[in-house]
Write a protein that binds this ligand. Structure first.
Ligand SMILES: [Zn+2]
Length: 246
């Protein structure tokens, strides 16, 4: 919630399956943290190369689409003030929470040492009665969660990472968006405009005329639960407390 206890990380890492996932869900929070001086690293596991149902396009189009969507994500991240963007280039629509993926994310966490990792909810299969959570979203969230714990902080998991110089590192907090057990509401009233501007960079995916009202209504609905104008909601796992909080 927006209060004197609001948490601001110094380094945060956003981990999502597809270009635009971050900007639909958590971009208001990321922009707010950036404004407060946080370095944000944006990790895209796939480059969204299946994100078209255009009947004139076949599989040859996938690399073209991947390139386009990476450029859209770079543009969105520039709007948000994100410091670094990492593309892992797994195939879109076929993502599984493999050990290889968990290891890739573990390497990135040990490299960038984020205070906070922001990702989805691996336990959310359904939203309401009309939306089945995309399997890539669940896979990304599961791999990210288990990279945070136990892999990143446990010395002898993935020993080749240790040999390559990636020392164990403990993430302090895991922010889970899309949870039905949200316990933390981030006031994004000051960054909702930036969020929408970022989202509009995903021109190949988003109806830029409709998205404005739609995103405002959604953030207003989420915020309304806590008396905030606009908010994003999370379940937050506090894995390690800052010294000053003890
Ligand atoms: Zn997605």
């Amino acid at each position: 919630m927006s209060n004197e206890n609001e948490y601001f990380p110094q380094i945060a890492m956003s981990i999502v399956a597809h270009p635009d996932d971050q900007d639909f869900t958590v971009a208001g929070t990321l922009a707010k943290w950036v404004k407060a001086g946080c370095k944000v690293i944006s990790v895209l596991i796939t480059s969204g190369d299946s994100g078209s149902n255009d009947v004139t396009k076949d599989a040859d189009h996938k690399p073209v689409l991947a390139k386009l969507r990476e450029a859209e994500q770079q543009a969105a991240n520039a709007v948000l003030g994100i410091a670094e963007t990492v593309f892992l280039r797994y195939p879109d629509g076929e993502l599984v929470a493999t050990l290889a993926l968990r290891k890739d994310l573990t390497r990135l966490i040990r490299l960038y040492k984020p205070d906070v990792v922001v990702t989805g909810d691996p336990s959310s299969w359904f939203y309401g009665n009309e939306y089945i959570n995309h399997p890539d979203h669940r896979a990304a969230a599961e791999a990210a969660t288990y990279a945070v714990f136990p892999s990143a902080g446990t010395r002898l998991i993935f020993p080749d990472l240790l040999e390559a110089g990636y020392e164990p590192y403990n993430v302090k907090r895991l922010y889970i968006q899309g949870s039905e057990k949200s316990d933390t509401w981030v006031d994004i009233s000051e960054t909702i405009d930036i969020k929408i501007e970022a989202l509009k960079k995903h021109v190949s995916q988003v109806d830029t005329h409709e998205v404005d009202k739609w995103m405002r209504d959604w953030a207003k609905e989420v915020g309304g639960e806590k008396g905030l104008d606009f908010a994003e909601a999370y379940r937050v796992m506090i894995l390690k407390r800052d010294e000053e909080e003890n």
